[in-house]
Design a protein around this ligand. Structure first.
Ligand code: HPA
Length: 273
């Protein structure tokens, strides 16, 4: 067995006492979506530090945790605390929790993130379901020897975001009177925000929003054969001809507000799948 598979197996073994034999749905809780944990019933929270080989978050006092419980009547495993390339994590480290979710039986993954809007029709506080992405990070979690048991060497990327789940999210948003755009997410390395020229370039490249997460996780999930639904909370809008500083305090405040709306949307989507 390869080193990485052995590590995932050991991590899986440590979680066995909490498993109920059901196939759980995976959730990656991005900036602002942490509050959805309050809606999860009968949950067990396992700190990442208690899971062998699991990466640990760098933010002070926030080591991250895996939440196993029930949401909208479904068994869920949520990653409360995620990993970014800009923190210095390697792509394979960022994919570790996703590999672990797959080993736990996850076939459907719901991802959230905070992103800057590039589409002039967007406003801060809006939500956008991701229909496709452009990987501008220059990194890929599948570089290196391929684990054939996990997925193929050259995974197809014609539809990384499951079309049925995108439709379900749009239908549910309509029912719930939640404004939901659809669009292309550009993933960048960060941590510096974009210049006006970079913003213009990303928009011309076809992106509707830009962010510093999600891409490594989605590539890993698609490689592992999972169905992915990803929704961005648009925390600020960057227009190159009217460029304003995006303050991190404002980004976090908006993420907290739209995160609650996104939590409601995810819960309603879960009820219907
Ligand atoms: N750029 C990149 N990442 C982001 C932004 C942004 O404007 N807002 C929230 N995450």
């Amino acid at each position: 067995m390869t080193e990485i598979k052995r590590k995932v197996e050991e991590a899986l073994c440590s979680l066995k006492p909490h498993l109920k034999g059901e196939q759980p749905i995976g959730l990656v809780l991005g900036t602002g979506l942490g509050t959805i944990v309050e809606a999860i019933d009968n949950y067990v929270a396992v700190p990442y530090t208690d899971i062998p080989h699991h990466p640990v978050c760098t933010a002070p006092g926030h080591q991250g945790r895996m939440i196993l419980g029930r949401l909208a009547g479904k068994s869920v495993v949520a990653l409360d605390g995620r990993f970014h390339l800009y923190e210095g994590f390697q792509p394979e480290t960022i994919s570790f929790p996703i590999r672990l979710l797959r080993a736990l039986g996850v076939k459907m993954l719901l991802i959230s993130n905070a992103a800057g809007g590039l589409n002039p029709n967007f406003q801060a506080g809006d939500l956008m379901v991701i229909t496709d992405h452009i990987n501008f990070t220059g990194r890929n979690p599948l570089v290196g020897p391929n684990e054939d048991d996990w997925g193929v060497r050259f995974p197809d990327m014609t539809e990384p975001y499951d079309r049925g789940l995108v439709h379900l999210a749009e239908k549910t948003a309509l029912q719930e009177a939640i404004k939901l755009h659809r669009g292309v997410y550009a993933g960048v390395l960060g941590p510096s925000l974009e210049t006006a020229a970079e913003t213009r370039f990303l928009r011309m490249a076809g992106a509707d929003a830009v962010g510093m997460s999600t891409i490594m996780e989605v590539i890993t999930a698609v490689h592992a054969g999972m169905d992915v639904l990803a929704i961005s909370a648009i925390t600020n809008v960057n227009l190159p001809d009217c460029y304003k500083p995006a303050l991190i305090e404002d980004i976090l405040e908006t993420a907290a507000v739209s995160g609650r709306m996104l939590g409601r949307l995810f819960k309603k989507v879960l009820e219907q799948c």
